[in-house]
Design a protein. Structure first.
Length: 505
């Protein structure tokens, strides 16, 4: 494969949209908010049902392929995987969970506990089923469907195009089985737009968590240590985060990114053990099992509910838009680290193991919050309603023995989680604009610095700017969901070709 040059039209389009967003925030924030909110409402209203069906279809095809002979197909033209199983799973998990799961783990179960999801049978306030319903909805939003859309069928198509057919590591490779080499031509407008939309979506989805981290960490440092929660504190936290991310991204997949991912997972496992030992372990385990019972029993009801569209746009459809926006770039990242794995190994890791771990994490944090709320009404919900997601996390952890130490540990893990997302997405964007599996260091650093700088500027303009760019990913999910649609039939097709080549009967 030839070494592609930097795709400057894609850089200018994607970078130009981000710059335009910042300029509009500065010139007229009210106009930008109205535009984003109106576009968000239009996207959720007209594409919400399509997204719900799309993620469900992805999951169905993924399960069928994993259970069939196609599951034995080995990906990436490599006999043995490049990394061990634990390191591989760590890198997969940290990217999505960091992009939002850390922030929502405390907040979402509490919100659903306060106001029951409308599609579930109403439970008496304070009853176990009230808790189970709250967790079941959270499990849906961060469970099997969410993870499947990110790194299963589209990853197979990307790996086939890149490793088996020598195509560049770009989002447009998703269309190689349909259009052949024509889609890779330098002046192919459709290919340029596919790459640009994918980069804009993932950049918006990453800048939002960077800004939220600045808000959450600054709130935590003020609450725990009295450090003033002001703009410069938030900016310094983001500068530190970006520095870690840039250094990590520059060192490559199997050094910095892998090291941060392993540190994240090990740190999280330690916190999980401590929360179980020091916190309400029995309540957490009972709630996890009960919540999963409701989740599995009501799976199709939760997945296909269309009754209250306003509620859906705040929750499930919002998350589907977010994950769809990430999907093409996550396919590239997961494809880059999954050489030598079989389709079955990939699908089980991404669509089964990662959701189970994520859901248990939500139960550890959000379930503990519900327990302490039941013991002392208002101790968590009051903080959540007054101070938002950062306050919820701190208020939960501080009620555990050695709460201050644990709260500080949670902050550190949160920073590392988001740093992992930034460095992995910087790497992936750099790969997308060059087509190389090992893009130049300056390009990786450039995108890490760019996303951090945009987050700092938006924070200076106000918290609403950060919320707006996070909502903007749902708007970009409209074209990206159409980009992903062909993978439903292309993944089985290319898997059959690889099975034939590998002599799998």
């Amino acid at each position: 494969m030839k070494s592609p040059r930097t795709d400057w039209p894609v850089v200018f389009i994607s970078g130009g949209v981000l710059i335009l967003f910042v300029i509009l925030s500065w010139i007229n924030m009210d106009f930008l908010e109205r535009f984003v909110n109106d576009s968000f409402a239009w996207s959720a209203n007209y594409f919400g049902a399509f997204w719900q069906l799309l993620v469900l279809a992805f999951f169905a095809v993924t399960i069928v392929m994993a259970c069939s002979r196609l599951g034995r197909v080995k990906l990436g033209m490599l006999d043995k995987p490049e990394t061990g199983y634990f390191k591989w799973i760590s890198m997969i998990m940290c990217t999505l969970l960091a992009s939002g799961g850390v922030f929502w783990a405390a907040a979402e179960p509490m919100f659903h506990y306060m106001e029951q999801p409308p599609m579930l049978p109403e439970a008496e306030a304070g009853s176990p089923f009230n808790v189970y319903n709250a967790l079941a909805q959270s499990f849906l939003d961060w469970g099997f469907l969410a993870w499947t859309i990110l790194g299963t069928l589209s990853t197979v198509v990307v790996m086939y195009g890149h490793y088996h057919k020598g195509m560049p590591l770009k989002p447009r490779t998703l269309f190689y089985p349909m259009f052949g080499k024509k889609i890779m031509e330098k002046n192919n407008v459709f290919g340029i737009l596919v790459d640009a939309f994918s980069i804009i979506a993932v950049a918006a989805g990453t800048i939002g968590p960077i800004g939220l981290l600045g808000l959450q960490a600054a709130y935590g440092f003020e609450s725990l240590f009295g450090v003033p929660n002001e703009y410069w504190t938030q900016a310094l936290i983001i500068f530190g985060l970006v520095a870690i991310s840039a250094i990590s991204a520059a060192t490559g997949i199997y050094k910095g990114i892998q090291l941060l991912s392993v540190l994240n997972i090990v740190g999280t496992l330690v916190l999980v053990v401590l929360m179980l030992v020091l916190g309400p372990a029995g309540f957490i385990i009972d709630s996890f099992l009960g919540g999963y019972g409701v989740y599995l029993r009501e799976f199709f009801n939760l997945s296909l509910y269309r009754g209250d569209k306003a509620w859906l746009s705040l929750w499930t459809v919002f998350f589907w838009g977010w994950f769809l926006g990430y999907a093409p770039m996550m396919a590239i990242f997961i494809g880059r680290i999954s050489r030598g794995r079989t389709i079955r190994q990939l699908f089980v890791a991404v669509a089964i193991i990662a959701p189970l771990v994520s859901n248990f994490w939500f139960t550890i944090v959000g379930g503990s919050g519900i327990f302490y709320e039941q013991q002392n009404e208002g101790s968590v919900t009051g903080a959540l309603l007054e101070g938002g997601m950062p306050a919820a996390m701190i208020s939960i952890v501080e009620q555990v023995p050695f709460g201050t130490v644990l709260a500080f540990a949670f902050l550190l893990v949160t920073i590392l989680f988001v740093a992992t997302t930034v460095d992995s997405m910087s790497y992936t964007i750099a790969a997308s604009v060059t087509g190389l599996s090992d893009p130049p260091k300056f390009m990786r650093i450039f995108w890490a610095l760019t996303m951090g700088a945009v987050a700092v500027v938006l924070l200076n303009l106000g918290e609403n700017s950060v919320n707006s760019i996070q909502s903007f990913i749902v708007v970009t999910a409209v074209p990206v969901s159409l980009i992903l649609l062909p993978s439903l039939w292309l993944a089985p097709q290319v898997a059959k070709k690889m099975a034939k080549e590998q002599g799998i009967q």
